[in-house]
Ligand binder design. Structure first.
Ligand code: CAA
Length: 378
């Protein structure tokens, strides 16, 4: 970690312990998202870290951003995810938006005044994203959207939505990407999901009924929406990995602290070799995950994004978070299963990390496709 990253980490550690941690148990139970926390993180610069300063960002790189997400996730996976998905929306606008689109939509997102949401999944199009059915029919001056989106992170609390809809025939080439604002006539919210974890972060269905979106809100041109979505996921996937590292680190932290003080059979349970080996493996897997995440981020920062490595980082880090959080509950024993300690919350939050932004099976599909390409190139 360089000096700047250490400074960011320390600043965020102080902030999360004072301002996020005290609310987490209550807010998890009550499924309560605090906009003031998000906006305060925004005013400190953490909601637009990787965007250029001219659009209100901090002009930092994805390695710095990964360090920040890991730190926030140590108190709240939910706020880290809200920031990471909103950053994906910003990256899309910055990379593919026109100057006008950037000026119109970026500053309120980079400042953390508003949240962005990424809308690809539908009830019949999850892993097979290119089969999405929502339609965008060309009319004078714009498009009419009809259909629905499901499992949308920050649905209802976000103000700017990147929505993928079909303007052409079947498959990836028929998909276009649009910028939608909360409050657009014909755009409403459906059911809010009751979830196992990520309870502070709302996940909601979006409904579009004859919703008019102006032509100037189309990103790039018709048929380029799938590439926009995939390119965004290339970054989103390793940032989910960074969050998973924080989630796992916190669980290990709790397991070590507890096992050093909990005594059974006249010794700290940490001193049983069976538990030591578990914690040594947990720490090793976390470091492997962090290195993969940072390498994927570094490749992106060097302008040579590597989809295979991004998928590997997401796969390794989120599987690690699941294993480490479950092991932490095991080490804490009975109390680990109660909300007296936060490990059960981190275990619930870890599960969906293996599912969002492409299930870990899809990560393996992309990794394998890339391997085949490399081996059959010549
Ligand atoms: N960058 C740019 N373009 C890409 C790309 C990438 N990383 N990956 C694929 N493409 C392009 C391809 O080149 C191809 O274009 P051409 O034909 O012009 O070459 C086009 O996109 C179609 O690609 P594929 O043939 O590979 O498409 P596919 O239908 O086989 O699907 C898939 C590929 C990887 C399985 C994809 O469907 C996928 O990623 N599925 C998982 C969906 C997903 O991740 N959903 C996450 C929802 S969002 C979320 O969870 C966020 C949240 O709220 C927390």
């Amino acid at each position: 970690m360089n000096e700047l990253q250490l400074e960011l980490k320390n600043q965020l550690e102080k902030y999360r312990l004072q301002k996020i941690e005290p609310y987490m148990e209550h807010d998890d139970e009550n499924e309560h998202f605090r906009m003031d926390i998000f906006q305060e993180l925004g005013s400190l610069g953490f909601c637009g870290m990787t965007l250029p300063e001219e659009f209100g960002g901090m002009g930092l790189n994805y390695q710095d951003f990964s360090v920040a997400l890991t730190e926030i996730a140590k108190s709240s996976v939910a706020y880290a995810v809200t920031i990471s998905v909103s950053a994906m929306v910003q990256a899309i606008l910055n990379e593919f938006g026109s100057n006008q689109q950037k000026e119109n939509f970026l500053p309120s997102l980079t400042s953390g005044h508003e949240i962005g949401a990424f809308c690809l999944s539908e009830s019949a199009a999850g892993s097979d994203a290119a089969s999405l059915q929502m339609t965008a029919k060309k009319v004078d001056g714009g498009y009419i959207l009809n259909g629905s989106k499901i499992w949308i992170t920050s649905g209802g609390i976000a103000k700017t939505y990147i929505v993928m809809a079909r303007t052409g025939g079947e498959g990836a080439k028929g998909v276009s990407a649009f910028i939608l604002r909360d409050g657009t006539p014909g755009f409403t919210y459906g059911k809010k999901e009751k979830k196992m974890g990520w309870k502070v972060s709302p996940t909601r269905e979006l409904l579009f009924h004859n919703c008019f979106v102006a032509e100037e809100n189309l990103l790039l041109s018709e048929g380029e929406g799938f590439k926009v979505a995939m390119a965004a996921l290339d970054k989103g996937r390793f940032t989910i990995g960074a969050i998973a590292v924080g989630c796992a680190e916190r669980a290990l932290d709790e397991a070590i602290s507890y096992s050093l003080t909990r005594r059974q059979f006249n010794q700290a349970i940490f001193d049983f070799q069976g538990l030591q080996f578990m914690m040594a493996d947990m720490a090793t897997e976390i470091e492997c995950s962090r290195l993969l995440v940072m390498q994927a981020a570094k490749d992106y920062d060097r302008k040579s994004p590597n989809a295979k490595l991004a998928c590997m980082a997401k796969l390794k880090a989120t599987d690690t978070a699941m294993k480490v959080t479950a092991d932490a509950v095991q080490i804490l024993g009975g109390v680990g299963y109660t909300s007296e300690y936060p490990v059960e919350r981190f275990m619930r939050d870890a599960k969906v990390l293996q599912i969002v932004e492409g299930t870990n099976q899809i990560q393996r599909v992309v990794i394998a496709r890339n391997l085949k390409k490399e081996y059959t190139k010549h």
